[in-house]
Ligand binder design. Structure first.
Ligand code: ADP
Length: 270
């Protein structure tokens, strides 16, 4: 992509001089392209279930004298409606965090409660696959932040771990402290992620295998949401993965007592 400039000319009142401003448009154009892709992706992600719903409605009308067919097709309509709801919900979450200022009032968050609640929300799908859920190390550990958002980030990682793991494996959530951070890791023994996809999985709507993601009810937005939540907390999310053996995602939060999150923020707002 060639560098391009926008040139603005402004007369300097009364001096007979003009001011010439050259603005680099390359970054602007790149962001514009990202935005266009995102809008195109949203349209696609919303149109697909709506198209399926409309087709299914027609089919149900045609099959009105076959109760078994009606039951089957209306069940699929429910699935498509759920998918639509999930995409819309994730889009709302994403746009809320993306537009958010750095947190004004972070509160002290008890990680043990966050981990337990996140594990509870996946207990049913995990049981159905015989996946063992284990949590460790969170007792008595706190961080500064937004409890609801940290819960969302952890839930997204744990539900992916369950969704992308075969039967009778284990998903382990462990909390550990280093001198400067609190780390929450979610390790699975699942299908893993190919090396070449690792750096893209945090992009909105990026999926390694679109069919598999849809089959598990994925929206393709879960990890983008996690990434933004961590940025919002001045932390980061990292991933280690090996195809066929599993993945470990780690949420790294600055420790308040080292000045990380609580440091004055008015000088370096981004
Ligand atoms: P999705 O709704 O598709 O799961 P995400 O943003 O949560 O969207 O994840 C993006 C993609 O990263 C997924 O489609 C999947 O291919 C891959 N992925 C995420 N978590 C895991 C995991 N624990 N194991 C294997 N692949 C994963």
């Amino acid at each position: 992509d060639a560098t391009s400039f926008a040139v603005r000319v402004a007369p300097l009142g009364g001096t007979g001089l003009v001011l010439v401003l050259a603005e680099d448009q390359t970054e602007h154009r790149r962001l514009e392209a990202v935005r266009r892709d995102f809008v195109a992706n949203i349209s696609h992600e919303l149109k697909t279930p709506v198209g399926a719903l409309s087709l299914l409605a027609e089919t149900v009308q045609d099959a009105s004298d076959d109760p078994e067919a009606v039951r089957r097709f209306t069940e699929r309509m429910q699935t498509e409606a759920n998918r639509l709801t999930a995409v819309i919900q994730d889009l709302i979450t994403l746009s809320r965090i993306q537009g958010a200022e750095p947190m004004a009032e972070p509160t002290r968050v008890d990680l043990n409660a966050v981990v337990e609640e996140a594990l509870d929300t996946v207990r049913m799908p995990a049981d159905a696959k015989g996946i063992e859920l284990v949590g460790s190390g969170a007792e008595g550990v706190t961080v500064m932040g937004d409890e609801g958002l940290l819960g969302t980030a952890l839930r997204n990682l744990i539900s992916n771990a369950v969704a992308y793991s075969p039967k009778n494996t284990r998903v382990a959530v462990s909390v550990g402290k280093s001198s400067s951070s609190v780390d929450i890791s979610v390790a699975d023994q699942g299908i893993g992620i190919p090396q070449q996809d690792l750096e893209r999985i945090f992009e909105r709507f990026y999926r390694v295998d679109a069919a598999r993601s849809r089959a598990t009810g994925g929206t393709g937005l879960g990890l983008a949401i996690v990434k933004h939540i961590m940025t919002h907390h001045r932390g980061e999310v990292t991933v280690w993965s090996k195809e066929g053996s599993g993945s470990t995602f780690t949420l790294r939060l600055p420790r308040p007592e080292t000045g990380g999150y609580d440091a004055p923020r008015n000088t370096d707002r981004q």
